[in-house]
Design a protein around this ligand. Structure first.
Ligand code: CUK
Ligand code: CUA
Length: 665
């Protein structure tokens, strides 16, 4: 744990070393002065820049000298960019973006590589080129992040992506055939058996047309359990299934673990079944969907659902097996419990014994006991919702409520017996103690303190916060607004990720660092210890196809390069190595269909070559050992200089060649 590692003695040692370094630098640069005065002394620098002792502590907690690695990696959703952001912590350096649902030019993602993966889910006649990624989820083994896979959902189009953490590249996208939006995804079960994708806005299952006047009859909610096949490294759509739900707006889900393994939980809003129509004089959604004092926490026995699916007691809709609402009720796999008020999210405690939901319009968080839920189910209930789903009385399942402040949203844990909840309206993060055995029984269920954040915080993420064994140390607040935090670059302002030290007492929670994020609203993030990841430095063998994670049959070996023709089909076999392509001239004819394979023969770390052909929208990034094949039609004559887009060597500018396309006649 960072907290334990960073003992006070070590801090003192670091201070002494830092000062000694500064003193040496001062001696070496004794004549250094500037127009702003003597800036060779760290105290003077601090004074000149108006830095407080707390600022200097913050700098020392985050400053990471060149060449020193980060202890943690944060995987943050890339929001509207449809990507994933990889951020080192505690330095808060952006290390990588991963092209997921959207083309990403630098990686060549969608410009010759990954085009077929990106095309999954394109509605007929329409190509999607953006996504709204919300919740990244690291694969788990026994409830702990195992550093192997990352999953993320696309709220805008109802898709889920699989990323392989050996090369940090997207391997698969699946499109939900039942729903064209999602939100309660992605979340994994404790051994990544399933990737959970909950829908958000109810619709006719299958996505077809029906009048909204039939809302209560034909519109429905859905939760999909995508089966993850670890050996294949892919979602197995044949072994995946979905559960039909009432047309409430299921929101955010979390999987049970340890004590509650085998179950999953989702909060919901709009149990009023409002259908909008402000322009017709109806209450707007914001009013219509927040009338009820409570909505329904969804409690789902996914192992029982899996058994129903395996029995075949499902119906097939658009190729997906669906457990009907009636079957779900009959087979005792779906229960509700009231949750106050317009809730957003449910979070399962590390031991799985409790779960917490927060109502955006209620200043409390409500904690449910899983044992009480089981007892209430066993005791039976006569109360149901209008669809016949059993409703467990709140008083029978509630363990505690803690008043925190305005607009509580999402909760995380630190492994020290505390929970943290974001307060959207207060723009703060609250720390509260967990008054249960195994946590902090001595402190009870109480608010401990709050730290202001800037501003409108959504999710928060603690180190390994969704595991059975959170690491503590740091918390990151993912804030929607930054308002006055950064030098203005116009009216569109960055999101603001703020790193917070949670190792101290509640009144000493300290804001350490602001990381502005553009191109995205990162809704959620997960943080993993960097030593759990074992990414490749170069691909294991020359000729590697990242899509199949094996040597590509089209890989080109030295000496086998060339251009061959079979009718109108031209095959180009090319190698790339510092600093040339072979061949350097490719002469073809207008109307040819071109299949162009190119293999980077390099085995040195970071020896990436690019490959771009003008006016054909082809742009590859070939990492050491990588092989790619692109296909295109030579639709017009011309002279095109293909070239390497990475400054790979002193003679990089010479790494080029000519594609010459003769006119058809
Ligand atoms: S959501 Cu964005 S702040 Cu999609 Cu999890 Cu709550
Ligand atoms: Cu290869 Cu520049």
């Amino acid at each position: 744990m960072f907290l334990q590692r960073l003992k006070a003695s070590r801090i003192a040692f670091v201070v002494v070393v830092l000062m000694a370094t500064v003193v040496v630098a001062v001696v070496q640069r004794s004549a250094t002065t500037s127009a702003q005065g003597d800036s060779s002394n760290w105290q003077t620098i601090a004074e000149q820049r108006g830095l407080t002792e707390a600022d200097i502590r913050a700098a020392m907690m985050t400053y990471t000298p060149s060449g020193v690695m980060d202890e943690y990696l944060m995987f943050a959703s890339g929001g509207h960019s449809g990507q994933v952001l990889v951020i080192g912590m505690p330095s808060m350096r952006l290390l990588r973006t991963i092209g997921v649902f959207t083309p990403e030019p630098w990686q060549g993602w969608g410009y010759g590589a990954g085009n077929d993966i990106l095309a999954v889910g394109n509605p007929e006649g329409r190509a999607l080129s953006w996504a709204d990624t919300h919740h990244p989820s690291l694969s788990e083994t026994n409830g702990d992040y195992d550093g192997q896979w990352l999953f993320i959902g696309d709220k805008a189009n109802g898709r889920v992506a699989v990323i392989d953490l050996r090369d940090f590249e997207t391997k698969q996208i699946v499109a939900n055939p039942l729903f064209n939006n999602d939100h309660g995804g992605t979340f994994v079960t404790p051994n990544s058996e399933y990737i959970i994708e909950g829908g958000q806005y109810s619709m006719p299952i299958g996505g077809g047309y029906d009048s909204i006047d039939n809302y209560a009859d034909t519109y429905r909610g859905i939760i999909t359990l995508w089966k993850f096949d670890r050996d294949a490294g892919r979602i197995d759509t044949e072994q995946s299934f979905a559960i039909e739900l009432p047309p409430y707006w299921q929101d955010l889900c979390d999987a049970g673990k340890l004590a509650s393994d085998g179950w999953l939980f989702c909060n919901s809003i709009n149990t009023e079944m409002a259908t909008g129509g402000i322009e017709l004089g109806n209450p707007p959604f914001e009013a219509g969907a927040s009338r009820n004092a409570t909505d329904y926490l969804h409690i789902i026995n996914w192992r029982a659902a899996e058994a129903v699916f395996q029995e075949g007691a499902t119906e097939t809709i658009n190729g997906m097996e669906v457990i009907s609402l009636d079957t779900a009720i009959e087979r005792d796999l779906l229960f509700f419990a009231p949750e106050p008020r317009s809730p957003h999210g449910v979070d399962v405690f590390p031991t799985g014994e409790f779960l917490v939901a927060a109502g955006k319009l209620d200043p409390h968080v409500t904690i449910y006991s899983f044992q009480r839920i089981l007892d209430a189910i066993a005791a039976g209930t006569t109360e149901t919702d209008v669809f016949g789903v059993p409703v467990l009385p709140l008083e029978s399942v509630m363990e505690a409520q803690v008043e925190l402040g305005l607009g509580p949203l999402h909760t995380q844990f630190d492994g020290q017996g505390y929970a943290y909840t974001s307060l959207f309206l207060d723009s703060a993060v609250a720390r509260w103690s967990i008054g249960a055995e195994g946590y902090r029984p001595q402190d009870g269920w109480t608010l401990q303190g709050k730290i202001p954040v800037q501003y409108n915080v959504g999710h928060i993420a603690t180190v390994e916060g969704d595991t059975v064994n959170p690491d503590g140390g740091f918390l990151v607040a993912l804030n929607k607004w930054s308002v006055d935090r950064f030098t203005s670059t116009g009216p569109l302002m960055p999101q603001n990720l703020q790193l917070i030290d949670i190792t101290q007492t509640a009144d000493q929670l300290q804001l350490l660092y602001d990381l502005p994020i553009t191109g995205a609203e990162p809704h959620y993030a997960q943080i993993i210890r960097a030593d759990k990841l074992q990414p490749w430095l170069v691909y294991p063998e020359v000729g590697w196809n990242p899509e199949t994670q094996s040597v590509d049959p089209n890989a080109v070996t030295p000496g086998t390069e060339g251009v061959t023709r079979d009718g109108n089909t031209v095959t180009v076999r090319m190698t790339a190595i510092r600093s040339h392509y072979t061949p350097e001239r490719v002469e073809i004819r207008e109307g040819d269909h071109v299949i162009w394979s190119i293999t980077n023969l390099e085995q040195s770390p970071d020896a990436t070559h690019g490959f771009a052909i003008p006016h054909h929208n082809i742009n590859l990034s070939l990492e050491p050992g990588e092989s790619q094949t692109v296909e295109f039609d030579a639709t017009g004559p011309g002279t095109f200089s293909y070239y390497c887009t990475e400054f790979c060597s002193a003679l990089h500018l010479e790494m080029t060649g000519y594609l010459i396309i003769q006119p058809a006649e």
